[in-house]
Design a protein around this ligand. Structure first.
Ligand code: 13P
Ligand code: 13P
Ligand code: MG
Ligand code: MG
Length: 382
């Protein structure tokens, strides 16, 4: 049976700052999906990661389907109304366009979709991250699908060994999708050269070279490309099919033990370690650290099991402690150097305003006849 799995997420308001949506907001969205999705959805789940609400849906309508996307848009609009009634912070934050037109891509909500012929057993993982950007998945996906240090399947399974096709999107190219397909293992170093730059080059999808089957899809929305200014961090979702011709679930999870540094954290403008957390965990310290959750599902005929919370395990308690230590370490240097993102990625205009205001006060040494004497000394004019 050919099934589409769609996950659409948005931040439409949260309690106490950018921490977590309220139960009423989540329930409002869930009710809309349950009632209005009944005629065409096989199954659905609504939940949250950080301050973002996700709607996971299974159906047979294919990718970018107007009816499915419109349902999510409508649910987020009603969620926004609830958020306003409750006085939540950032009500409607990620809904950047006034009128729905065809699908939610380019309108603010993040989307990841997979369409495939369902296997007899169909395990997959839904990842959701908060306080970070789509490129946060670059390294974990590279390691899970292309590095035998993390994916033993590359050595142990002849089908996995055939490698994968990575579709990489240049998210700096806002006018239209600009992408390149690279194949592992041949293009491994080219792939690393692109994925090094999490802000610009983002894994959008991965296909098996053995079978051509879709393995993974990542939301690639860059909110500041849509709004032209900071409206919140992108907070990406990803769907990853596992087992058989794909990496095992444990191999896909394994790279998250690194808690690698990603862009996001406070005001979307800093560098912080990606902490793997239990489902429903919000953020706290410095509006962070950036978090990722992993919900593992199985399904049959598009009917979803209850998820297993893959990071709810004693192993990850140890990793979380490490992530906290990494967060404290980088926060020790405050605004200095790579603790903050480069100017092009700063999510608030304040620094640009400061630099603009200071501009007339800069002088060129040697042309300062009216300058105070200490500056003339510095300029060698005495
Ligand atoms: P099982 O032998 O339990 O099916 O596990 C196979 C596997 O892929 C574990 O990573
Ligand atoms: P969100 O993108 O998760 O809403 O976070 C915004 C922010 O500025 C946090 O400090
Ligand atoms: Mg928010
Ligand atoms: Mg968020």
């Amino acid at each position: 049976m050919r099934i589409t799995v769609s996950v659409i997420k948005a931040d439409v308001g949260s309690v106490g700052g950018h921490l977590q949506p309220s139960p009423a907001l989540r329930q409002t969205i869930a009710n809309v999906v349950r009632d209005e999705g009944a005629p065409f959805l096989i199954d659905h789940r609504v939940g949250s990661f950080g301050d973002d609400v996700f709607i996971l849906m299974t159906h047979t309508r294919g990718l970018n389907d107007e009816t499915v996307h419109h349902l999510a848009w409508e649910a987020f609009l009603r969620g926004t109304a609830c958020a306003k009634r409750e006085g939540l912070y950032g009500a409607g934050q990620d809904l950047l366009k006034d009128a729905f037109s065809g699908n939610v891509r380019g309108m603010g909500p993040a989307v990841a979709e997979l369409e495939f012929e369902e296997r007899t057993a169909e395990p997959f993982v839904l990842f959701g991250a908060d306080k970070t950007e789509p490129g946060a998945y670059n390294l974990p996906l590279y390691l899970a699908f292309a590095d035998p240090m993390f994916c033993s399947g590359l050595l142990l399974s002849s089908k996995i060994k055939k490698g994968f096709t990575f579709r990489i999107l240049d998210v700096a190219h806002a006018e239209a999708d600009r992408f390149i397909d690279l194949q592992t293992p041949e293009d491994l170093y080219d792939l690393a050269a692109l994925l090094r730059d999490n802000e610009r080059f983002v894994v959008a999808s991965i296909h098996s070279r053995a079978t051509g089957d879709i393995a993974a899809a990542v939301s690639t929305t860059r909110l500041h490309n849509i709004a032209g200014k900071y409206t919140g961090k992108d907070d990406p979702v990803a769907l990853v099919r596992t087992q058989q011709n794909f990496p095992a679930t444990g191999e896909v999870l394994a790279p998250y033990r690194l808690c690698h540094y990603v862009g996001g954290f406070m005001r979307g403008s800093h560098t912080g370690p990606l902490m793997p957390v239990r489902a429903g965990t919000g953020v706290s310290f410095f509006d962070g650290p950036p978090i990722v959750t992993a919900l593992a599902f199985s399904m049959s005929g598009g009917n979803l099991t209850q998820p297993v919370d893959a990071f709810d395990h004693p192993f990850w308690d140890h990793v979380r402690t490490r992530a906290a230590e990494k967060a404290i370490t980088i926060r020790e240097q405050g605004f200095s150097g790579n603790a903050m993102l480069p100017q092009s990625e700063l999510e608030y205009g304040g620094i640009v305003e400061i630099l603009d205001a200071l501009e007339p006060r800069f002088r060129i040494a040697g042309a300062m006849v009216d300058a105070p004497s200490h500056e003339l000394v510095a300029a060698g004019a005495r």
